[in-house]
Design a protein around this ligand. Structure first.
Ligand SMILES: [Zn+2]
Length: 348
């Protein structure tokens, strides 16, 4: 990176830069869609799914620290900026702001959701005899606000898989209503959580696309970004595949995968279009990408540390009771994801 504040963009290898749009699109789609395609197939062993899932958790955490927070410090600490920007370290402040926004939103969603479900439960209890099986507001709620907490082998999920496959064995119309409400609110909450995750990775994807289009070091950056997008796609895809969705909105998994996959290609295309005038080191570009990177860093830090490490492992009794071997395997997967993504941070 050049230290001056003027545009200094690469104009060589235009053909390959255009070709990179399609190559990155395809490799991102492969990385993101693979876990979704394979989720329902029985020939993929459990360890492979766990690998994708926890490797993905590692990728998300490293993305927050290495690919978002570090550049946010760089951009908001740029020598091109002046005034207030130079008097304070804004990057961690924006990241902290994002953490609290996500936290408050989650608390609000939890409270509104539990109030709704509690109401339903009372109505059901007054007339229904087998409430124990059907309505567990706290249990339902745990899943509806922490979708990543969903376990393939939990009874709650099996029940929902039945709903998704249209194999529901419910007979009472009232319990159906409760079930529908619960699965509907779960689906909505899960979609929101993945949308938040997606938002965090999307901005970075666009920015590295822009960088690839205008950067002098094209070849090395191109190779790195292919892996970058595949790893991150794997992380996002394993989250998308873990979503328990009603059949009617099952397509949203693929919509989210496609949305993620087109971001870097769009960034490259835009970068190629405006490369004569685009100045990645200008004041406006520094402030915009710095703030967005810092906010995304906060979002992914919260998701990675609270949802993926906290809820999924530490506060998950099933996980904490599993064998040392399994936990070691999971730690290795997480560290591998974080390590590889941190290594890629050397270039992109
Ligand atoms: Zn990156």
């Amino acid at each position: 990176m050049s230290d001056d504040c003027s545009a200094d963009n690469g104009t060589t290898r235009t053909g390959l830069r255009i070709g990179s749009i399609f190559i990155i699109l395809v490799t991102s789609l492969i990385g993101t869609c693979l876990p979704i395609f394979l989720r329902s197939s029985s020939f993929v062993p459990r360890w492979a799914f766990e690998f994708a899932k926890f490797f993905g958790s590692g990728v998300i955490i490293a993305t927050a620290f290495i690919h978002l927070l570090a550049p946010a410090f760089d951009e908001l600490g740029s020598e091109c900026l002046s005034g207030t920007w130079t008097e304070y370290d804004w990057a961690p402040a924006f990241a902290m702001l994002a953490v609290y926004c996500i936290f408050f939103a989650e608390v609000a969603a939890y409270r509104i959701g539990s109030a709704k479900l509690a109401k339903l439960n009372i109505q059901y209890n007054t007339s229904g005899p087998h409430d124990e099986f059907h309505t567990h507001p706290s249990n339902i709620h745990e899943h509806s606000t922490s979708p990543q907490n969903v376990k393939i082998n939990s009874p709650r999920v099996e029940k929902n898989l039945d709903v998704e496959n249209g194999l529901s064995t419910e007979t009472s119309s009232e319990s159906d209503t409760v079930n529908q409400m619960a699965s509907k609110s779960e689906a909505v909450a899960q979609l929101i959580a993945v949308a938040v995750l997606e938002f965090g990775v999307i901005l970075h994807s666009i920015i590295i696309g822009l960088t690839l289009a205008v950067n002098d070091q094209f070849t090395i950056l191109f190779i790195v970004i292919i892996f970058h997008q595949m790893f991150e796609g794997l992380g996002l895809g394993s989250r998308l595949s873990a979503l328990i969705l009603p059949r009617s909105v099952a397509w949203s998994r693929y919509a989210a995968a496609v949305l993620y996959s087109i971001c870097t290609p769009i960034g490259v295309a835009v970068g190629l279009g405006v490369r004569e005038s685009y100045n990645g080191n200008g004041i406006a570009a520094n402030i915009t990408s710095g703030i967005l990177d810092a906010l995304s860093a906060g979002i992914l830090l919260y998701t990675g540390l609270v949802e993926l490490l906290g809820h999924e492992i530490l506060f998950n009794p099933r996980m904490m009771k599993s064998s040392n071997l399994r936990l070691t395997y999971i730690f290795v997967c997480i560290l591998l994801g974080s390590g590889l993504m941190a290594l890629l941070g050397r270039w992109a």
